[in-house]
Design a protein around this ligand. Sequence first.
Ligand code: NAP
Length: 340
Amino acid sequence: MDVELKHETKLVKIIKGMKAIVITQYGTPEALQLQDKPDPAIRPDEVLIDVKAAGVNRPDIFQRKGNYSAPPGVVPDIPGLEVSGIIRECGSDVKKWKIGDRVCALIAGGGYAEKVVVCADHCLPVPASLSFVEAASLPETVYTVWDNVFRRGGLKEGEHFLVHGGSSGIGVTSIQLAKSIGAKVYATAGSDEKCKACLDLGANVCINYNVYDFDKVFAEEKIDVILDMVGGPYFQKNMSIMNEDGRLVYINAMKGSSVELNIGEMMRKRINITGSTLRSRDKRFKTALTEEVLINVWPKIDSGHFKPVIFKEFLLKDAWQAHKLMEDGNHIGKIVLRTE
Ligand SMILES: NC(=O)c1ccc[n+]([C@@H]2O[C@H](COP(=O)([O-])OP(=O)(O)OC[C@H]3O[C@@H](n4cnc5c(N)ncnc54)[C@H](OP(=O)(O)O)[C@@H]3O)[C@@H](O)[C@H]2O)c1
């Protein structure tokens, strides 16, 4: 609905409502359809963002299929966990941002839209060197990697770090950040082309798991921290290559979440097995993580030690094609939607 207001001599046009991608039914990518939606309502501690770009993440696919519901209080049928754009409105309690600021933000849903409301404390400035598309590709993966590799995993300079799915959005982020602190980086990926991309991003070693068994190739490497999204069949192999006091961190279990643990092996090596999901965490946790990312990761963008890896951009209306591309599994890095 358009409302026209006469403002002295100027004609001001206020656009009410927005376009958004809606999950019309659980299932195939074609279920993602562009629809008219009302503007999201803003709370005192939130900002309303005119979205320029929205990152696509694997959890969006799980949500579209009906396997990953939005947490309570979050718009249930519009996917999207990260956006970039320009602040259009600030809630009454917001002090740190003003209308017109360029930000990117972590959100728990609703990002595939022209407008979104976000807790002001979960926004970060768009780095000067980055486009909106590049900035939109960062929050979900950077926060996840910072929390799991550096906070939970406690990765330190000189340690050996292995990431499975090295060419994924999560993979390309963790390779670069682990390398930037002086860790030795190992990765696995599903093709030689993906392995080359991991090496180009700074991995010391990357193996094509369709050709080699990673537990045999890395048997003597004494891995200190593993970031795993595969689960099931990788569990025992991961355990076998871990160093003493190693940390095995899960962010998904795409190939199965039930495993058999040899408690003796865990005790002998003093292995810490942990994991987390980001989306359902509370406001305070995400605020603290935002502050850590701003201090620890954002300077690495300015210094050139960390860069977004964009595989392909789509217009918002073509979100279904973006999902199709992600499900085909041949991408390297991130897929991003643009609103214009
Ligand atoms: N816990 C959290 O808070 C959190 C947050 C964000 C993401 N995640 C998880 O992190 C993972 C990566 O996310 P992303 O957004 O970076 O996704 P992505 O770019 O699509 O990466 C997924 C990777 O998994 C591999 N893969 C694809 N299909 C697979 C299948 N059917 N079985 C096994 N492996 C498959 C692919 O690598 P290969 O071709 O090399 O196998 C691909 O690079 C996802 O599992 C996602 O759910 C967790």
